[in-house]
Design a protein around this ligand. Structure first.
Ligand code: C2E
Ligand code: SIN
Ligand code: SIN
Ligand code: FE
Ligand code: FE
Length: 381
């Protein structure tokens, strides 16, 4: 029989081993979703709970959200719901023996998941200036006595303190990335803003570019870079005079020459950026009107000397131009669009990219079938 001191020593050793086994995994993980799962696993092991989750406050939506397992979509609850919500509001931990005897218990998730919650332990996750940014919630203590102890509370607190910095920096990274995305999107929209085209041409060119990059089996980071850069391909159009940009009908040769400067203009606007991604977008902008046969502009590059992202964006861009309404043309029928790509394969476009487009035609073209139906009220002017 171990005495109390011995038991304590064994327990401390177990806790240390747990922390040390999780530390490298947590340190190596940068994605918030995976961090939440890892830290919840650590918390669960620390206090021997059946379940444990790390809920984060989403102030914008007044919700708490979490990720319970890899590959499962996120869960969301109102920010003030149940024990977790209570801890968010008070900043105090809760040690509950029987949830169903407590009026603060929110039974809805048990009802939804056919689970029976009994004992509950919550501790707040504090950021570096003392705000509650989330809450650890452990449910159903395992073992003989199915109740959490003061010591479990201390262990979960330790987990929370240990997790806080990591979560905070992951949140900052996520915030910065979201900010970048928003700026990128705004830049894309800026080029659309002045032209009379409605709808989401920019978004469709971005989506089609992403899909084509995927079909061509580019590495995921390249796919993502192309997806992010494509919305900016026509940024240079913001410098094109209105009379040219929105002219109904055919451009004169002079006007077309002005219009064609948009590719180089977009490049100049972005090429001095400190951000690699924006410099990448600069190259996409300059390359998106080059042609595989070398008869494009502004440089007249040929074949593989055209940046790949530009070759991909060119196909997505022309697909959008042909399939949608423009101030100078009506949408083409689907079959005619498809035939045009087959016809232009090897001259205007790289054959491999056209092949990928044709092979996945239904998937790519689906977004244009909706707007081609006048009954949707989406056919313009
Ligand atoms: P956009 O409307 O987004 O068109 C993008 C590209 O789609 C065009 O670049 C061209 O490469 C392709 N495209 C358009 N029509 C056809 C076609 O019938 N067959 C084939 N194979 N490709 C086609 P492009 O020609 O360099 O034009 C750049 C931009 O100049 C266009 O962007 C549009 O904003 C403007 N634009 C071009 N032609 C006219 C025009 O006749 N009138 C007016 N108002 N604008 C024009
Ligand atoms: C033009 O020369 O006016 C534009 C030709 C085109 O739409 O490609
Ligand atoms: C890139 O490949 O990410 C762009 C390279 C650069 O513009 O420096
Ligand atoms: Fe363009
Ligand atoms: Fe375009």
């Amino acid at each position: 029989m171990m005495d109390v001191d011995e038991k304590q020593t064994v327990e401390s050793k177990r806790i240390l081993e747990l922390l040390f086994s999780y530390m490298p995994k947590i340190a190596a993980e940068r994605k918030m979703d995976n961090l939440l799962v890892l830290m919840a696993d650590l918390g669960r092991a620390m206090v021997s709970a059946d379940r444990c989750s790390l809920w984060l406050v989403d102030e914008e939506n007044g919700e708490l959200w979490t990720k319970v397992a890899h590959g499962v979509s996120e869960l969301r609850i109102p920010q003030n719901a149940g024990f977790a919500g209570c801890t968010v509001i008070t900043g105090e931990p809760l040690l509950i023996k029987d949830a169903y005897l407590d009026p603060r218990f929110d039974r809805r998730s048990d009802e939804k998941t056919h689970y029976h919650t009994k004992s509950v332990l919550t501790v707040p996750l504090m950021d570096s200036i003392g705000n509650v940014m989330g809450v650890f919630q452990a449910i159903n203590k395992q073992g003989e006595v199915q109740e959490f102890t003061e010591q479990d509370l201390e262990h979960l607190r330790l987990t929370a303190v240990y997790s806080a910095k990591t979560v905070e920096s992951a949140m900052l990274t996520a915030e910065l990335e979201a900010t970048q995305r928003e700026i990128i999107h705004t830049l894309g929209e800026a080029s659309e803003y002045r032209s009379q085209e409605t709808g989401d041409h920019i978004q469709r060119v971005a989506e089609t570019s992403r899909k084509l990059a995927e079909y061509l089996k580019l590495p995921p980071e390249e796919v993502e870079k192309i997806h992010l850069a494509a919305p900016m391909h026509d940024l240079g159009k913001i410098a094109i005079p209105d009379a040219v940009l929105n002219k109904p009908g055919k451009l004169t040769e002079e006007e077309y020459a002005i219009m064609k400067t948009h590719a180089e203009l977009g490049f100049k606007m972005l090429c001095n950026s400190k951000r690699k991604l924006l410099r990448f977008a600069a190259n996409v902008s300059r390359a998106h009107h080059e042609r595989w046969d070398g008869k494009g502009y502004p440089l007249g590059l040929k074949g593989e000397s055209i940046p790949l992202a530009g070759r991909i964006c060119a196909v997505a861009d022309v697909l959008d131009a042909l399939a949608s309404y423009r101030c100078y043309k009506a949408p083409w029928p689907e079959e005619k669009v498809k035939e045009e790509f087959i016809k232009m394969s090897g001259s205007q476009f790289q054959p491999e990219i056209v092949d990928a487009l044709i092979e996945h035609w239904d998937e790519v073209f689906a977004c244009y079938r909706v707007q081609a139906n006048p009954e949707d009220g989406d056919i313009r002017r």
